[in-house]
Design a binder for this molecule. Structure first.
Ligand code: ADP
Length: 214
């Protein structure tokens, strides 16, 4: 079963994808994570994408489609979770073509609905355990006083993303509404779209997604 998690930055796509990986053995394909990895690798591509990402703009379709194609042909598991991809109509068409080529199909597109004020609050308060990727929030889930991650138990650094600041978030939201939100209509028309309320607490969102996936 291959699914897409669709929604604006901060909608909770990564958190829910991690849950599906743990409970169902699915493979999370996050283009954001792949690009952040490329950014720290010092490769030519990494250098090229770093400034674009930090400013909150979208990286070119060609680069992200290439990254996805490589993973689709090398990773295996109980289906793929596309997290942060596709983000443009060209990427959606490329994904459909890639899946067809591999003899696979798309099961469902889960649209995570969250209002904009909540997104700004979530993102500007967000930090991540550099050991396991567990996500914290200054207001709703602060880093424990002893600095030990509640998920992996390690005392690792808690990092904030370079693009989790108000300026770049505004650009990310604008990119989302201009280029990614048309995908909601695209997948609705195809009959694949299933909306869930991303404003509920994490466990409730998980339950809604489980109910959709069956
Ligand atoms: P968020 O959903 O919180 O904005 P991501 O981790 O998915 O964050 O992506 C971070 C950044 O990586 C984006 O702002 C963009 O620059 C780049 N990026 C990720 N996925 C794509 C994609 N499919 N197409 C173009 N750029 C992407």
């Amino acid at each position: 079963m291959n699914i897409i998690l669709l929604g604006p930055p901060g909608a909770g796509k990564g958190t829910q994808a991690r849950h599906l990986v743990e409970t169902r053995g699915m493979v999370q394909l996050s283009t954001g994570d792949m690009l952040r990895e490329a950014k720290t690798s010092g490769t030519e591509m990494g250098l090229k994408v770093a400034a674009i990402m930090d400013a909150g703009k979208l990286v070119t379709d060609e680069i992200v489609i290439g990254l996805i194609e490589e993973k689709l042909t090398t990773e295996t598991g109980a289906g793929f979770i596309f997290d942060g991809f596709p983000r443009t109509l060209a990427q959606a068409d490329a994904l459909a073509a890639l899946l067809t080529k591999l003899g696979q199909s798309l099961h469902t597109v889960i649209e995570m609905r969250v209002d904009d004020d909540a997104l700004v609050d979530r993102i500007t308060a967000r930090s991540t355990c550099s050991g396991c990727g567990e996500v914290y929030n200054d207001k709703t889930k602060p880093i424990p006083a002893d600095g030990r991650c509640t998920n992996c138990g390690e005392q690792k650094e808690f990092t904030r993303r370079a693009d989790d600041n108000e300026d770049s978030l505004r650009t990310r939201l604008m990119e989302y509404y201009k280029k990614t939100s048309p995908l909601i209509g695209y997948y609705y028309a195809k009959g694949d779209l299933r909306p869930v309320n991303g404003l509920a607490d994490i466990k409730e969102v998980t339950a809604s997604i489980e109910a959709v996936l069956g």
